[in-house]
Design a protein around this ligand. Structure first.
Ligand code: SF4
Ligand code: SF4
Length: 259
C-alpha cells in the first residue's frame, strides 16, 4: 500500500471508490480466466503477509525470506521492501500456484485478497491517514462481468481481509516516514537499516533479539505483554513497528518504555 499525494489522486488508473460506491466482481474455479492473474506479478509482501505465509509453510522467517523473496528499494523510499519471487518458468507463475488454485489460500497475501481493488494511503490536512480504494481489474479478468455487486467493505469481509488491512495500514503509516533518509551516512545497507529490516520482516530473529539480548534491560515491557510477544508473531509485530518508530524517529511508544 503506497502513500498517495493529493495532486496524484485524480490521475491514478482505475475507478476511485467513494464510501458506498459499488462494483461488480466474482471469482470462481469455473471461470475461463481461472489462475491467469497469479503469474508474472510484482507482488509486494507486507510484514503481516510474511508471518502468515511462513507459518502456513511451517518454516522460519529466515528460510521464507531466502527461498521466496527478494528485497528491493523502491524509488522515493529509504526502506527496502519484500517482493515475492516468481517461479523460474516461462509464465513466471506465483510459487504458490497449483493446477487447482492457490496452495496457500487461507494465508494468501493482502494484495491477493484485495484484488481487483487496490488501496493507497492518503494523509489529510490533520495528518490522519485515510485508505483510498481503486477498482482496477485488468482486461483479462472476467470476474468484472459477473453479477455480484460489492462495496470495498463487503469485499474485504468476504475475503476475510480485515486483520490484514489493519496491519497493512499500520505498517504503511510507519513506512511513509521513510521518505526521509533515517540512516545518515550509513545508507540503506548499513547496520541500522539491517536491524530495522530484521525487526519488520524477520519476526523469528526479532523475537530472539527481544528475549536474548539486552533489549529487556534497555526497555521495560509489562510481564503479560512479554508473554504475548513470546507466543504470538502478530503481537510481536506490533512491538516491532513501535520499536522502529521509536528507534529511528523517536516516536513515543505505548507497548514499552525506557528503563
Ligand atoms: S483473472 Fe479475475 S476472475 Fe480470473 S481467476 Fe483471476 S481474479 Fe478470478
Ligand atoms: S499467493 Fe495465491 S492468490 Fe496470490 S498470486 Fe500466489 S497463487 Fe495467486
Amino acid at each position: 500500500m503506497k502513500e498517495i499525494k493529493s495532486d496524484k489522486i485524480g490521475k491514478l488508473p482505475g475507478r476511485k471508490l467513494e464510501a458506498g460506491d459499488t462494483f461488480f466482481f466474482r471469482c470462481h474455479p469455473d471461470i475461463a480466466c481461472f489462475n491467469l492473474c497469479c503469474r508474472n506479478l510484482n507482488l509486494f509482501l507486507y510484514p503481516y503477509d510474511v508471518i502468515r505465509l511462513k507459518n502456513h509453510l511451517g518454516i522460519s522467517s529466515d528460510q521464507f525470506l531466502e527461498e521466496y523473496t527478494d528485497a528491493v528499494l523502491r524509488e522515493g523510499s529509504w526502506f527496502p521492501e519484500v517482493l515475492l519471487r516468481m517461479a523460474e518458468n516461462k509464465e513466471k507463475t506465483c510459487p504458490f500456484l497449483t493446477d487447482t488454485g492457490c496452495s496457500v489460500y487461507p494465508d494468501r497475501p493482502d494484495s491477493c485478497r484485495s484484488f481487483p481493488v487496490e488501496h493507497g494511503l492518503f494523509f489529510n490536512e490533520k495528518g490522519q491517514s485515510e485508505t483510498l480504494s481503486f477498482y482496477r481489474p485488468p482486461d483479462f479478468c472476467l470476474g468484472q462481468h459477473e453479477d455480484q455487486e460489492l462495496t470495498p467493505e463487503s469485499w474485504r469481509a468476504d475475503q476475510e481481509a480485515q486483520r490484514y488491512h489493519q496491519m497493512t495500514v499500520r505498517w504503511a503509516e510507519i513506512r511513509s516516514l521513510f521518505q526521509k533518509n533515517p540512516w545518515g551516512t550509513e545508507g540503506p545497507q548499513g547496520p541500522k537499516a539491517k536491524m530495522a529490516f530484521m525487526a519488520v520482516y524477520n519476526i523469528d530473529s526479532f523475537r530472539d533479539f527481544v528475549f536474548n539480548s539486552s533489549f529487556l534491560k534497555r526497555y521495560k515491557i509489562k510481564k503479560d505483554l512479554q508473554k504475548k510477544f513470546r507466543r504470538k508473531d502478530e503481537q510481536l509485530l506490533q512491538l516491532s513497528f513501535e520499536w522502529i518508530a521509536f528507534y529511528l524517529w523517536g516516536i513515543r511508544p505505548r507497548l514499552f518504555r525506557m528503563s
